[in-house]
Design a protein around this ligand. Sequence first.
Ligand SMILES: Nc1nc2c(ncn2[C@@H]2O[C@H](COP(=O)(O)OP(=O)(O)OP(=O)(O)O)[C@@H](O)[C@H]2O)c(=O)[nH]1
Ligand SMILES: [Mg+2]
Length: 307
Amino acid sequence: MEKGGPDGGDGGLGGSIFVKANRSLNTLNLYRSLRRYEAERGGGGEGNQRHGTDGADIVLDVPLGTVIRDADSGEMLAELMADGEQVCVARGGRGGLGNWHFRSSTNRTPMHHQPGEPGEARNLELELKLIADVGLVGFPNAGKSTLVSRVSAARPKIANYPFTTLEPQLGVVPVEGGNSFVIADIPGLIEGAAGGAGLGIQFLRHVERTRMLLHMVDLADPMEEPEDAVRVIEGELKAFSPVLFEKPRWLVGNKVDALQDEDRKARFEALCRARGQEPILISGVTGEGIRALVFKLDEALTAIPKA
Ligand SMILES: Nc1nc2c(ncn2[C@@H]2O[C@H](COP(=O)(O)OP(=O)(O)OP(=O)(O)O)[C@@H](O)[C@H]2O)c(=O)[nH]1
Ligand SMILES: [Mg+2]
C-alpha cells in the first residue's frame, strides 16, 4: 500500500468433493471411464486486500444404494440410501492468510503471511447395491429379463442365448391400486457359479437386500429338468450367503406357452407343493399368469418388512 504496509488478501478455500444420491440414476457406469476428479483450487489472495475466490465444489451424482469406501483402508465412508443424501469425501484446502490479515494496532506493516493447506485427496471405491424388493434368480435363458420387461418400464436385453444379461438392472413394477415395487434382474447362474463358473455369483450381492426372491424355472427347455434347476440354484444361493438363502423364495415356472412335455410341468408343480408353495405358472411371452403374480407379490411384500 502506498505509504503503508503490505495489503495481501486471504486465499480462497479449495473446492470440496461431495458424493450425492440421485434417484434418476441407476448405474455407476459414468465412473468407469472418468476416474479422477479434482475440485477447483481456491484463488490466491491479492493485493489491495482482495480475498481469493473460493474454488467450486464438485458433486458426483450416484444412484441410491451406492456404498462408498476408502479404497486404501477399506473403511466404509457412507451408504447413500435416500434421494439427495450426500457426503463430503474430500474436503477442500484452507486458503492462506494474506499479510493484511496480520495487521494490528502495534503492527501496521505486517510482512508475514500464512500459507494455505492442501485439500484432501483419496482413492474411493463405489459399489452399487441395488435396493430392490424382489430379486430374480435362475439359470440363464429362463426368461428373467422377459418378465422384467413385461411388468416394468425397464427394457433389459432379451435374447435366446445364455448370459444375455451382463449387468443387474432394476424395474419399477406398478400395481393396480397405486402401489409399486422394485424388481431386480440379474445375470443367470449356473452350477459352480460360486466357484466362478459362468459369470460367477458376484451379482448376487445386488439382491442381498431384496425382501424376497423369485426363482425362474424354464419349463419348455427339453434339456433342463426342474429338479436340477431347483437343486443347482439353491446350492449356489447357499454358497453365496445363508442370509440370502433364508429369504422367502418362490419358484416360478415360465414358458408355459411352449411346453414340450406336460410331465415336466407336473413335476414342477409337485416340487412346489412339496415346499408348501402353490405352483406359479407364467408365460413372459403371452403374459399368462403375470397379472396374478404381480398381485401375489404385492400382497406378500406388504407382510415382509423392508430390510
Ligand atoms: N416361449 C417362450 N419364450 C420365452 C418366454 N420367456 C422368455 N422367453 C424366451 O427365452 C429367451 C431368454 O429370455 P431372457 O428373458 O433373455 O432370459 P434371461 O433369464 O434373462 O437370460 P439371461 O439374461 O441370459 O440369464 C428369449 O428368447 C425369450 O424370448 C416365455 O414365456 N415363453
Ligand atoms: Mg436376462
